[in-house]
Design a protein around this ligand. Structure first.
Ligand code: ADP
Ligand code: MG
Length: 699
């Protein structure tokens, strides 16, 4: 590496430093104001920024620009336009205007719209998001944008996230004022998403249609060794993996993505990357980019990066931990228990707001992590259960209990609590971060939402969280409004007391993987929405529609369109998996099984004629087993085909999704078990696709 890291870091983003250097002072100031306060950007400023951006991009080798956006596919989208503009004399100049920077007009008709397209125009537009820095990748200037239909409906994952950040900012600032804080003018959400992934050899990958089409293996006998030795987690990095991780870090650093931590994960061939947290909007963009760059860099190393939630049966799948907190513009983390009573009051109110939000909208939290892939993890003793609950840790739970019961926390004798906030200890992070089975854990100065799937955008969970917390704050505001400053501490104390009584059912500090918890959660009346089709209908309930429309995150149409898109996506995913499984079993697995059965039978016949005294019982038993499997797999394939046709014939998307869940996945599971049992008998040399042994242990 010829550049020092600090110089390399962020060298491919249109950073604040570049802006300051390239923009006239007044233009720079106007842009900063927009970025910091979300104020409207005038066209002359946009023009000035466009010129500066183009100049910088061209200096750094860019020839094209693209409006980069995040449609409902879950991936990012881009269409590249070059800067060239004919100057009339057969020559070209490199040109880029404020109008081109601010707005693009891609055809929206080929992106998922969940019915919005039918009602509104097919045209869509992309609008520059100046709060997320533009960057250069592969010779193109990328401009982060929001993507909307022409009549303004959000068709992407950024628009509602920005709206939810605004909603939370409004409610949080209002609350802080009420609590006597006169200085804060803005509150932002911060996110640090920890990303898990698998690496497999590219040549092996190319031989498995299931990995290519579905991102996961649909069958495969377990390797003799799995993760039981617990030797992979934090284990030393294999040279090929280390080289990959190094290049990945460098590529991310160039784009100002602060990749910080990397290590081997629990399962063989599984790894994790965590960045330093950032503002929600930037963190979401960065996570999308990280996933993309993980795949690209892998390619260069003869590897494939698997982001699927469950690439291999029998070992852990991959998730994403969404660390979430709130920060004020003067740098205070609102979820950091402070050292002074005033800070503690703030902390208690915001902490309680999060607890209330998660309890009131646990169904939406579950939905925000729902996908066909993640259904394989949640509740699978490797990831949190599908039941949303909160882990607070013993100390904080005791604090809230003491407020609830008017007992003095931290002292032996029970004393009337005058101000709950006085007695808050300053939490040491390590005291709290020990429960790995909780879907939503307080970890000292932030919450960690652990239900997310590894492949999904982190946008939706944060939209839900931001909005639900905004709503909780707005309800608390109503309760506290009009209180005299001198009575505020008592009022807050009473508020917390009421709230904790109502919402303590969501708090659970025990083992989330246990059977007892499922039973206990049922008694507490918590949701246990096991699968995607189970939880999605909650999205469109009155309670949830009201939440989103009240805070202007989604219109009712947008909610229904998203509901439809999520269901459709689920159905399509399962049907593609079913088709891939049929094809692999028919074209790869059964012929191999037939070949081996034939070989074994011939071997037995040879044995009989040349070595009549030696028994052929084992060969005959093997042929028997193989033919049985052949018959049952053949039968299973035709049953699977019938289940697929049935699901495809259903016009109601929810019914189709339910049929995918129960019928198709059920049949696929039977087939998987039959194929796995037979595969364990067939020599690797005869199998036309790589086994788990090879995929997981070859690097
Ligand atoms: P682990 O959860 O593995 O113990 P850490 O707790 O150190 O790891 O950090 C996990 C992630 O949480 C990192 O991405 C880190 O930047 C992020 N994080 C730390 N503080 C905050 C915060 N205030 N808001 C959001 N994310 C944060
Ligand atoms: Mg973590």
């Amino acid at each position: 590496m010829n550049k020092e890291i600090p110089e390399l870091y962020g060298s491919m983003i249109f950073s604040d430093k570049v802006m300051r250097k390239k923009l006239p002072k007044d233009m720079y100031k106007a842009l900063r104001k927009t970025i910091e306060n979300g104020t409207h950007l005038e066209l002359d400023v946009a023009n000035s920024v466009a010129v500066a951006m183009k100049e910088w991009a061209v200096e750094n080798g860019a020839t094209h620009y693209t409006h980069w956006f995040q449609p409902m596919t879950g991936f990012t989208a881009e269409k590249h336009d070059s800067f060239i503009s004919p100057s009339g004399d057969g020559e070209v100049i490199m040109d880029f205007s404020g109008k081109e920077l601010v707005k693009g007009e891609p055809d929206a008709s080929s992106f998922p719209s969940g019915g919005l397209r039918a009602t509104f125009e097919a045209r869509g537009y992309t609008a520059w998001d100046p709060t997320s820095p533009a960057f250069i990748k592969d010779g193109t200037l990328y401009i982060p944008t929001a993507f909307c239909s022409y009549s303004g409906e959000a068709l992407d994952k950024k628009t509602p996230l920005l709206r939810s950040m605004e909603a939370l900012n409004d409610e949080a600032v209002k609350m802080l004022r009420l609590l006597g804080n006169e200085t804060v003018t803005r509150v932002s959400t911060t996110i640090g998403p920890e990303q898990e992934y698998f690496l497999v050899d590219k040549d092996l990958y190319k031989k498995r249609k299931d990995l290519i089409f579905c991102g996961r293996t649909l069958f495969g006998a377990s390797a003799p060794k799995g993760q039981e030795m617990e030797d992979h987690y934090f284990g030393s990095l294999k040279p090929r993996v280390a080289a990959y991780m190094h290049d990945l870090d460098v590529e991310l650093w160039k784009l100002g993505i602060s990749a910080k931590t990397k290590h081997n994960e629990v399962a063989p061939a599984q790894h994790e990357l965590a960045p330093v947290f950032d503002t929600a909007n930037i963190a979401v963009d960065h996570n999308q980019l990280t996933m993309e760059i993980m795949k690209n860099v892998a390619e260069k190393h003869g590897l494939v990066c698997l982001l699927h939630e469950k690439p291999f049966e029998g070992i852990n799948g991959s998730g994403k931990h969404n660390n979430w907190s709130l920060i004020t513009n003067d740098g205070v983390n609102l979820l950091n228990p402070g050292r002074t009573p005033a800070q503690n009051i703030q902390f208690l109110v915001f902490l309680m707001a999060v607890i209330k939000a998660v309890d009131d909208y646990a169904d939406l939290m579950r939905i925000s992590a729902a996908s066909a892939g993640n259904d394989h993890r949640l509740g699978g003793n490797e990831a949190p259960p599908a039941i949303v609950s909160i882990f607070l840790g013993d100390e904080l739970t005791a604090v809230l209990e003491s407020i609830e019961n008017d007992t003095y926390f931290g002292k032996q004798e029970k004393v009337q609590l005058d101000i709950g906030a006085h007695v808050l200890p300053h939490f040491v992070k390590d005291n709290t971060d020990r429960n790995r089975t909780s879907p939503f854990a307080f970890t000292g100065n932030k919450f960690e939402f652990r239900m997310l799937g590894s492949s999904a955008s982190v946008s939706t969970p944060n939209i839900v969280l931001n909005t639900a917390v905004a709503e909780a704050l707005s309800q608390f505001y109503k309760e506290l409004e009009g209180t005299k400053p001198e009575d505020m501490e008592t009022a807050v104390h009473e508020l917390i007391k009421r709230a904790i009584r109502k919402h303590k059912k969501i708090i659970f500090n025990g083992n989330g993987y246990s059977e007892e918890w499922v039973e206990e959660a049922g008694k507490r009346g918590l949701y246990n929405l096991v699968s995607t089709p189970d939880c999605l209908p909650q999205f469109i309930t009155d309670k949830n529609v009201e939440l989103f429309t009240k805070h202007h995150i989604f219109t009712k149409d947008e909610i229904f369109s998203r509901y439809e898109i999520l269901l459709e996506n689920y159905v399509k995913t399962i049907i593609i998996e079913a088709r891939t499984m049929s094809e692999m079993l028919t074209k790869d697995f059964l012929p191999a099984l037939g070949t081996y059965a034939g070989e074994t039978a011939r071997h037995a016949a040879d044995k009989k004629s040349f070595m009549p005294s030696v028994s052929t019982a084992s060969e005959e038993a093997l042929v028997g087993k193989l033919s049985e499997t052949y018959a049952s797999v053949t039968e299973g394939i035709s049953q699977l085909a019938a289940a697929v046709s049935n699901a495809e014939s259903l016009t109601d998307t929810l019914k189709a999704a339910e049929s995918c869940h129960t019928d198709i996945l059920g049949k696929m599971e039977e087939l998987r078990l039959a194929a796995n049992a037979a595969e364990a008998l067939i020599p690797d040399s005869i199998l036309p696709y790589p086994t788990y042994d090879q995929l997981l242990f070859s690097l």
